[in-house]
Unconditional design. Structure first.
Length: 201
């Protein structure tokens, strides 16, 4: 009974945070800046300048597993769960990366906060960092994503990069732009880092 109650309360908290994120999304949502250099078939070659981010990384075998738990940790920080109780606007996209024994989720902070000192998170699992200057191959698709769809689009990217003689490296990442309550015109992306010296763009 106690376990059931814990799960129910946890689900309520997640839904409340997601709803709060939805309210912020339906206004003008700031998106992480990037430049499209060229397009091959459906695959865009992009340049991402460094961005200020917060992340949480958890082993796949812990009680914090899953996107809901990681979203809750990061959302708590931007909704005031920090030493100054400072709040930050929700931005897009949410970055998700699966490694061999762990998963990582990241939020991009709004650009207005990039030059400021950030308040210390209440939860020590929240990591604050700058993303690297990155060149990536990206493909966009709609609907609700799942591991099978992500694998299909990863395969598509690999095929296009091979045809173009472009080297890629590192883990594929998934980008989500919409809250779960949005039903139509959803935007999902799969990206992977590339070597910009392998081809002139």
């Amino acid at each position: 009974m106690k376990k059931f109650l814990w799960i129910s309360l946890g689900s309520i908290v997640v839904l409340a945070l997601l709803f709060q994120g939805w309210v912020m999304y339906i206004s003008d949502t700031e998106e992480q800046p990037y430049e499209v250099l060229t397009t091959f078939d459906e695959v865009e070659i992009r340049h991402y300048p460094p961005a200020r981010m917060i992340s949480v990384q958890t082993p796949t075998d812990t009680s914090r597993r899953g996107n809901d738990g990681q979203f809750r940790v990061l959302a708590n920080y931007i909704f005031g769960g920090n030493e100054r109780e400072e709040k930050f606007a929700m931005t897009a996209p949410v970055h998700m990366e699966q490694e061999e024994n762990s998963r990582r989720m990241s939020f991009v902070l709004p650009q207005s906060a990039w030059q400021d000192s950030l308040p210390t998170p209440n939860d020590s699992a929240v990591q604050m960092h700058w993303s690297k200057d990155d060149y990536v191959a990206a493909i966009r698709y709609s609907g609700y994503t799942n591991p099978q769809l992500e694998a299909e689009y990863q395969k598509k990217i690999i095929e296009v990069l091979k045809e173009q003689g472009i080297r890629h490296y590192g883990n594929f990442r998934s980008l989500g732009y919409d809250p779960p309550f949005k039903m139509n015109d959803r935007r999902n992306e799969v990206i992977v880092s590339i070597d910009p010296e392998s081809k002139a763009f």
